[in-house]
Design a protein around this ligand. Structure first.
Ligand code: FEO
Length: 190
């Protein structure tokens, strides 16, 4: 058994590992953290949904329930991607979300603030992936960048709307009706 053979064996093993692992440990760690962020967001929105259910505003509760399901779908997409690129999936700890809120406006403002945090966090993964020349991850995250633009826009719109209607029961009733129409649509590419 020659040293030459051993070295060539180690080298081919190295090549094989490199072929399987398309993602660095650093990017895998960031994606794992993002999975936990998305799962936390799901819990956070579910808690917001519960608050509205408790106030018999079932339409707004439905809106946040659907939002919660979307967040779980985001986490699933990342889970599948990390698996596809050979990264190790490590499920993180999810903190307990707040369950007490000042009022309806407070909730919509917190939802918008949370989306802004999520956007920053996704941008950070893209920045790191760019630095590594990890085009697979930047391409994958493009969907999330577009999604965040939409989510921030709609969250911001609802902050404006809730401020307009929160002190007017008839207007609040109509707003609740509007949000009852939201339906969860699983992503076809997920
Ligand atoms: Fe998954 Fe609302 O961002």
């Amino acid at each position: 058994f020659s040293v030459k053979l051993l070295i060539s064996g180690i080298y081919s093993l190295f090549l094989t590992i490199n072929l399987i692992l398309m993602v660095s440990e650093k990017i895998a760690k960031l994606i794992n953290e993002q999975i936990a962020h998305e799962q936390y967001a799901a819990q956070y929105y579910l808690s917001m949904s519960a608050w509205f259910s408790g106030k018999d505003l079932d339409g707004i509760a439905n809106y946040f329930r659907v939002q919660s399901k979307e967040e779980l779908m985001h986490a699933d997409k990342m889970f599948d991607y990390l698996n596809d690129v050979g990264g190790e999936i490590i499920i993180g700890e999810i903190a307990k979300p707040p369950h007490e809120f000042e009022n309806a406006t407070d909730i919509f403002e917190k939802a918008l603030a949370h989306e802004k945090i999520v956007t920053k966090s996704i941008f950070n993964i893209v920045k790191n992936a760019n630095e590594e020349g990890d085009f697979a991850t930047t391409s994958f995250l493009q969907w999330f960048i577009n999604e965040q633009v939409e989510e921030e826009a709609s969250a911001s719109q609802y902050v404006t709307k809730i401020k307009m209607v929160c002190d007017n029961p008839s207007a609040l009733y109509l707003f609740d009706q509007e949000l009852s129409q939201r339906v969860f649509t699983p992503d076809a590419t997920a």
